[in-house]
Design a protein. Structure first.
Ligand code: F6R
Length: 240
């Protein structure tokens, strides 16, 4: 794993967006893995700036998002589908048919997950963007004794439900389940992985990536088996 430690959130976001820009400009039909949450918002903002400046073209790009709440309608402003439209998709020139996000309204989640994995495997992901939970989760692969390999429906832990409650007003139900790419879906199908993290709250999770131990109670540690992982984080996440 390669660590790049930045002064602050802005520098982290710029460095991450530059990695994406370089990839897209050298391979205009590349496949991107994308995440939601607070961490990538700055990266997406920079990508939109590059697009507006005519420095980047998304028309040939295919995307696969990591996760979505389940059940969740696409047009619900709390959905990850909505988040991606608001922060990136509707602001640049992706082709709608090239965007893939787990379907939170499917009646048959098992079949959906199997097909999502097959599609990811057939495309391969050139660069997978990941955030990290305070508890070390990746996507919604939550701490457990055993982790599920492929895309699956999962129960969220109390810590994740707590962390996500900030996005919901009190009278709305905070989702307790989600569809998530599995750790093996991510590791097996991504040529390169970029994990971004900022703030003291992520320090423990980042610290667990510095040694050579793998522990399913900290799902991010599984990324250590992947040969090409870059972690771009700020000083607070790195040093605490
Ligand atoms: C989001 C996702 C989550 C987040 C993680 C960090 O698609 O998969 O694993 O990356 O919860 O969230 P933020 O960035 O809000 O701290």
């Amino acid at each position: 794993m390669k660590f790049i430690v930045c002064e602050n959130y802005d520098e982290m976001s710029t460095k991450a967006a530059e990695m994406y820009k370089n990839l897209i400009n050298s391979k205009p039909d590349c496949v991107l893995g994308l995440a939601t949450g607070d961490t990538p918002k700055g990266t997406y903002k920079k990508l939109v700036e590059y697009y507006n400046a005519g420095e980047i073209d998304f028309s040939g790009i295919t995307t696969f998002n990591l996760d979505e709440y389940y059940p969740m309608k696409k047009d619900n402003p709390q959905s990850y589908n909505w988040f991606m439209n608001e922060n990136l998709f509707s602001l640049v020139n992706f082709k709608k048919e090239n965007i893939n996000i787990p379907d939170g309204s499917t009646d048959n989640p098992e079949e959906f997950c199997e097909n999502y994995d097959k599609k990811i495997e057939s495309y391969g992901i050139d660069l997978m963007l990941l955030g990290i939970g305070k508890n070390g989760h990746i996507g919604f692969n939550e701490p457990d004794d055993q982790l599920i390999t492929g895309t699956h429906v999962t129960q969220l832990t109390e810590s994740t439900i707590d962390a996500n409650s900030r996005f919901f007003s009190a009278d709305e139900q905070i989702p307790t389940s989600a569809i998530s790419m599995g750790m093996v879906s991510i590791i097996k199908n991504s040529r390169s992985i970029l994990l971004i993290a900022n703030g003291k709250g992520k320090h423990d999770a980042i610290e667990s990536l510095k040694d050579n131990k793998i522990n399913p109670q900290i799902p991010a540690t599984l990324l250590k088996v992947h040969p090409d992982v870059t972690i771009i984080c700020d000083k607070e996440a790195y040093f605490g």
